[in-house]
Every structure is written in structure tokens, then in C-alpha cells.
Design a protein. Structure first.
Length: 93
């Protein structure tokens, strides 16, 4: 039975998941405004007050760069996880 993880595909899946979460963040910020954004993220991070660090005026180029950077970092993390799994778990006999 082949339980080897495809490194490129796993990296792509992880990167795409991160990019989708980033897009979800953009949608939340665009639809609920500053107060709703603060309430949403305060509830996600266990009461840490983000009201002083939330910046609603994010240029489109910066949001696009953020999506790309998140995808790349996610791809690298996913590729590392798959590579480590293949090297240390799958090949142990």
C-alpha cells in the first residue's frame, strides 16, 4: 500500500486553503465594517482586543500581495509537512 504523500499536491492544497481563508477575511471586513470585524476577530482569538490594530483601508494591491504571500507560505508549509512525512514516517520499516 502506497501511503506516500505527493509533496506538490499537498503544498498546493495547503496554500490554496490559506488563500481561501485570506479571501474570507477580506469578505468579512468588506461586509461587516470596522465594529463587526473587531467583534468577529476578538471572538476568534479568545478576547484579545484587535480594535487598535484593525486597518480597514487596505489598498487592493496590498490585499492581492497578501493573498499571494499567504499561498506561497502555505505551499511551503504543506510541502514541508508532506516531505517530513514521506522521509520519517512512510520510509520507516
Amino acid at each position: 500500500m502506497n501511503t506516500n504523500i505527493n509533496i506538490k499536491k499537498f503544498g498546493f492544497a495547503t496554500g490554496l486553503t490559506g488563500a481561501l481563508l485570506y479571501l474570507g477575511c477580506i469578505v468579512v471586513m468588506a461586509t461587516v465594517g470596522h465594529d463587526g470585524t473587531v467583534k468577529f476577530f476578538n471572538s476568534l482569538i479568545h478576547g484579545l482586543d484587535v480594535s487598535t490594530i484593525v486597518r480597514m483601508e487596505v489598498p487592493m494591491w496590498e490585499a492581492g500581495a497578501g493573498i499571494v504571500e499567504t499561498f506561497v507560505l502555505g505551499w511551503l508549509i504543506g510541502a514541508c509537512i508532506a516531505g517530513f512525512y514521506n522521509a520519517f514516517v512512510y520510509n520507516k520499516k
